[in-house]
Design a protein. Structure first.
Lengths: 111, 154
């Protein structure tokens, strides 16, 4: 999985490419927690190029979201593929996260 | 473990039954091979008559979850151990057996997630049950611990 990050309007945007699974999720977890530790509490994860997320990937996103919210921030998701969205609905996590269609709308949603 | 309203699904244990083809894959218990396993599962699904593409996605994820459970729980993340996948391609279904020779655990002991709040664990076994048409578990057989996953073709 490839992972890039950028800052837009005081929001840190992580863009993933490839599977978010038990092998690749720890790398994302490290990046998310590093950002929070550095004082960035508004996070967006763009999943537009992620075809599959497993339970470890879900756990990482939940952990990041909870941590960010503890600091009065949030971790929001953008551009879920249909298969990934199905898994979020199956686990009811689609109700726990703010999920937007694009990075831009996810960043804007913080304002 | 059957979904509500479903008739019991008979799962043949013998690969020599008529109309069935068997593919066997063994690999180290290392999470770096998850994407490789996923690609193999997708390709195998393409050989099952009548199995829609949407089902192959579900099967790929279910197998991923089962393999992760084996690596983490049966083998405690020891990459020197072996995970074996047996694919039985049948005229009307795909049967996948995930075998290990490590510590056994009972998936029935894993409770369903509490959906009232987001959790950081516990979705794996639940997803396997939701994504497959039948799931059964046989610990401690002559051929190791075995999780059997069944997906019916439509």
């Amino acid at each position: 999985m490839q992972l890039t990050s950028a800052e837009m309007s005081n929001v840190v945007v992580f863009t993933l490419s490839g599977r978010l699974d038990a092998y690749t999720a720890p790398g994302l977890r490290r990046q998310l927690f590093a950002a929070i530790q550095q004082g960035h509490y508004r996070l967006v994860v763009n999943l537009g190029d992620v075809p599959l997320i497993d339970s470890a990937g879900l756990a990482t996103l939940v952990a990041g979201m909870k941590h960010a919210r503890q600091q009065q921030g949030d971790l929001r998701l953008a551009a879920l593929q249909p298969g990934v969205r199905m898994i979020f609905e199956m686990t009811r996590l689609d109700r726990a996260f703010e999920i937007l269609d694009s990075t831009e709308s996810a960043v804007t949603s913080f304002n | 473990m059957l979904k509500q309203g479903r008739r019991p699904i008979e799962t043949p244990k013998d690969a020599s039954l008529q109309g069935q083809e068997k593919i066997q894959v063994s690999f180290p218990a290392d999470k770096k091979y998850l994407s490789l396993i996923g690609a193999i599962v997708q390709e195998v699904c393409g050989h099952v008559p009548g199995l829609p593409i949407s089902s192959s996605y579900n099967v790929e994820l279910a197998v991923n979850e089962a393999v992760v459970n084996v690596i983490a729980h049966a083998y405690r993340d020891d990459p020197s151990q072996i995970v074996q996948l047996d694919f039985h391609i049948c005229p009307d279904r795909l049967i996948i057996r995930v075998r290990d020779w490590g510590l056994s655990f009972d998936p029935a002991s894993i409770p369903e997630p509490d959906f009232s709040y987001p959790q950081e664990s516990g979705y794996g076994v639940y997803l396997i049950r939701q994504l497959m048409d039948d799931v059964s578990y046989e610990p401690g057989t002559v051929d190791g611990n075995c999780v059997t996953l069944v997906k019916l073709a439509e």
